[in-house]
Design a protein around this ligand. Sequence first.
Ligand code: LLP
Length: 425
Amino acid sequence: MNPSSLPGHPFIAYQSGALCVEQVRLSELARTHGTPLFVYSKAAMLSALAAYQRGFAGRKAQICYAMKANSTLGVLQVFAQAGCGFDIVSGGELARVLAAGGDPAKVIFSGVGKTRTEMQQALQAGIGCFNVESAAELDVLNKVAESMGQQACVSLRVNPNVDPKTHPYISTGLKGSKFGVAHEQAVNFYQHAARLRGLKVVGIDCHIGSQITEVTPFLDATDRMLDLVTQIEAAGVPIHHIDFGGGLGINYNGDTPPEADALWAQLLAKLDARGFGDRQLMIEPGRSLVGNSGVCLSEVLFLKPGEQKNFCIIDAAMNDLPRPAMYQAYHHIIPVHPRDGAAEVFDVVGPICESGDWIGRDRALNVQPGDVLAVLSAGAYCMSMSSNYNTRGRAAEVLVDGDQVHLIRERESVLDTFKLEHLPI
Ligand code: LLP
């Protein structure tokens, strides 16, 4: 990768030999806040959101940020203030939306395993819609809503049996996946739901997978959903909104996903051609709103030459950046101050006691202990999936806005990691 231009990262660039996020030098942030440190660009988030907003101009559309990608309050506030709703998957995520000033009426609640308590919490808060995934859930939600004297607005997640051509762990729309209800059963489900007094059918949804870099799977899923809308409405159940889920990929390593506005131009053309252009549209993007807005800074601890491999041991690990270990994911790793001279090839690894703790393999780097590296594309599914494995406190996070720096999460101390534990004697 050519370090002077960072494709897909418009707000992260080298300025006079120093890597910056917007107008702030990353080496200064590492000095002030320590490492590992997540740094996010507010402008990058808003620019990713703007691509969707352009795509939906003139349409009835609600963008619900899938906050599992990055659920830090300071990040949620950026999207809440920009008018976004939220796609949540737990009572915990609902509490975060409310704490960040999000509008509960713009919340949709996804997920295969909602508890009764979570259903109650969501009804009390007045969320916009439950995306229901099974007959059992439909019946339990109906009972919970009835017992509270309320009607729960529901959409059924249908499984369109479309291959998103992505990693199997993040592929969700094929037969055999635990998600959604089978296409063939959907009409029966809707007729059943429409008879339940505690429920109000408002929509239909699907989500076929994540890090999708082609348009065709989205177009195919849309066709399958529209076929169903026609059948469901013919059976007497009106569908007010169509929710297309999330899944648009980002550029990690030369990936070329469509821009959000270009993707939506094609999807809207299909909706118009099939006579559904006037429907309320919903989407649940996560990664594409935050993924390339963030980097993780990490200090080089040691260089360790080996017989077969050279290792560059850094202070960030799989507990901070779990995607390489979990999905063999690729993240660019670049120095915040590039050195002159020849590079060597290293495996970049963390301090955790597992061979799976690698961040990048076979990377050409010219580095010395004490240098700071930036792991790119770290805005999505990094902090939100981080853990305390090996009793490592979680990293700190800062949000950059122009030349302003906001600390949005303090570094977790070791004491924090065991403060809820008790000695038995
Ligand atoms: N809606 C639903 C129902 C979802 O399950 C997901 C993601 C999204 C929306 C947002 O998808 P996105 O736009 O972010 O692709 N940890 C994995 C990704 C897991 C995605 C889970 N569901 C990774 O790091 O690649």
